[in-house]
Design a protein around this ligand. Structure first.
Ligand code: Z5A
Ligand code: MG
Length: 237
């Protein structure tokens, strides 16, 4: 008799068990969709900040959760020291300022990971590749420069914006900050190209109308979201 009761109970419960497991699966699927990490790199005046901000607006307007971030983040304690260095109010050794730029990224890692895991895509204006390319352009060893960046979140996509010398000339003069010197910027581009990894980098000529480039970047971003939103987060390098 107890066996029959158990059988009846099981038959009655089966549809519920099925619907519970379906709901759990669908919850897990939704939950496992994370935000994507997209980084913009390139030399001075290639339009990184312009494009990052435009992209975030386009994504938000289309209903995607997305947020702008930039490095150096001059608002943190470490960022304020970096700002004093860039604006020539302070001086540090090349090694010292390199580590400060890196620390500035580590300061933001918990916040970035939390946002990505809750489904917010991050559109980031400069990242570790600026750190390595600028310091290596000053003569520091590239492997030494990469070492303290190891363990930071790895981007799903790096967009390297390039401009020909003629196109740069049409964008007006440099500002007053350190590094805003043509020859140095050329060396930085050589170092960027050494870091280029075709598996997750796209090198794009930025000599286009702002809106045309923004449309291309939006399409690339949507492809990246579709491709990467269920992948686990990865670490550099
Ligand atoms: N640095 C480092 O050494 N180590 C690190 O780890 C990191 C950075 C993270 C400050 O960075 C410096 O720190 C930087 C690298 C170093 N030094 N340099 N060079 P920053 O990001 O604060 O630098 P910035 O002052 O913002 O400059 P920028 O980022 O190079 O500019 P941009 O963002 O690429 O360009 P933009 O501000 O979007 O546009 C520049 C102008 O061009 C502006 O007038 C736009 O209206 C115009 N523009 C933009 N797009 C177009 C198009 N398509 N056509 C025509 N005109 C355009
Ligand atoms: Mg900028």
């Amino acid at each position: 008799m107890w066996g029959q009761i158990a059988k009846l109970l099981l038959l009655n419960l089966r549809p519920n068990i099925k619907s519970i497991s379906e709901a759990a699966r669908s919850m897990a699927e939704n939950h496992s969709k994370r935000g994507v990490l997209i980084v913009f790199e390139g030399c001075d005046r290639t339009g990184k900040t312009t494009q990052c901000k435009k992209l975030v607006t386009q994504l938000n307007d289309a209903g995607f959760a997305a947020q702008f971030m930039n490095f150096p983040d001059r608002n943190t304690q470490c960022g304020q020291l970096i700002n004093r260095y860039l604006t020539r109010q302070d001086d540090f050794t090349d090694e010292g300022i390199h580590l400060m730029f890196t620390l500035n990224r580590w300061e933001k890692m918990k916040e970035m990971e939390k946002l990505l895991r809750t489904g917010v895509s991050l559109i980031v204006d400069r990242y570790s590749y600026s750190g390595v390319a600028f310091s290596a352009a000053k003569g520091l060893n590239m492997d030494w420069c990469k070492a303290p960046e190891a363990g930071l979140l790895k981007p799903d996509l790096v967009v390297l914006l390039t401009l020909s010398p003629q196109a740069i000339a049409r964008r007006g003069g440099f500002g007053d900050e350190r590094y805003e010197v043509t020859e140095f910027q050329n060396t930085v581009m050589d170092k960027y190209l050494l870091l280029n990894d075709e598996q997750y980098w796209k090198v794009l000529d930025a000599d286009k109308k702002i809106d045309d480039l923004a449309a291309d970047l939006y399409n690339i971003t949507i492809d990246t979201i579709k491709k990467c939103e269920t992948n686990p987060l990865a670490k550099l390098w």
